[in-house]
Design a protein around this ligand. Structure first.
Ligand SMILES: C[S@@+](CC[C@H](N)C(=O)[O-])C[C@H]1O[C@@H](n2cnc3c(N)ncnc32)[C@H](O)[C@@H]1O
Length: 242
């Protein structure tokens, strides 16, 4: 390739990357991302932001165990699922009966996941478990869930995407408040992120307060290092003010 062609390709790649980073709160950005990703290969492959299920199963599955309430289905949400295999893996491996909802703002991602699951049926460990894929803007979680009905919300990279985009910070705060409204008092939100605790803990503690209405407990654990980056699991538990 000539020097000019390489430069043109680099500029094009650079502008696509900048566009993605600045607009990660926009549906159109992700529709394009998942459509282009799918076109790159002949067969569908789950795309994982940061890492896959095996890296975080020891955070997710024990947390789920603590939320059991008899034979009732535990409601689990993979918020901003994209084409990640996290939701299907929880459905497959959970001994407890679960209803796993994989929700994303991008209908392209949701359609790809649906088509993949329809073509490759998964046998859940618990025969009562359910798996669904929905197109949903998570700033409006209450259009899908009634208050205090969800046991576990997994957020791998979704809040990061909102916080890092040019106009997404307000949406990240809205999403967090919606999570706290739909979570049961025994429920938790697990955010997997590369953001440093100095910044994320302050943001979570500030945004999760609603004067006189809501408070929450926030904690952090290190997940590990990958390609020189340290990743964290932030746990947020609602504490309704009575
Ligand atoms: C960084 S990706 C992470 C995807 C997936 N969780 C993973 O681990 O691979 C962020 C995801 O959030 C989704 N998203 C962005 N804004 C959203 C919103 N308001 N409601 C629901 N999903 C959203 C995007 O479509 C994208 O799939």
């Amino acid at each position: 390739m000539s020097g000019r062609r390489i430069a043109a390709a680099w500029i094009r790649h650079h502008s696509v990357t900048t566009d993605l980073i600045e607009n990660m709160d926009k549906k159109a950005t992700w529709d394009r991302f998942y459509a282009e990703n799918r076109n790159r290969t002949t067969t569908f492959k789950n795309f994982e932001w940061f890492f896959g299920f095996d890296a975080i199963r020891d955070f997710i599955m024990p947390s789920l165990q603590t939320k059991s309430h008899g034979d009732a289905l535990l409601h689990v949400l993979d918020m901003g699922c994209g084409t990640s295999a996290i939701g299907p893996c929880i459905y497959r491996h959970s001994h407890l009966p679960v209803r796993v909802t994989c929700a994303d703002i991008s209908p392209i991602a949701v359609r790809q996941m649906l088509e993949h699951i329809q073509a490759n049926t998964i046998q859940p460990h618990n025969a009562s478990s359910q798996l669904e894929f929905v197109e949903l803007d998570c700033t409006e979680l209450q259009t899908h869930y009634v208050c205090r009905s969800v046991d576990l919300i997994v957020d791998k990279g979704t809040t990061d995407a909102l916080l890092r985009s040019k106009e997404g910070k307000g949406k990240a705060g809205l999403v967090l408040k919606q999570c706290l409204k739909v979570l049961r008092s025994s429920g938790s939100l697990l955010q997997f992120s590369d953001e440093d605790p100095d910044a994320r803990l302050v943001w979570l503690e500030t945004e999760a307060q609603e004067a006189g209405v809501m408070s929450s407990d926030v904690s952090v654990q290190e997940v590990g290092e990958l390609r020189g980056m340290t990743y964290y699991c932030y746990q947020v538990t609602p504490r309704p003010i009575v």
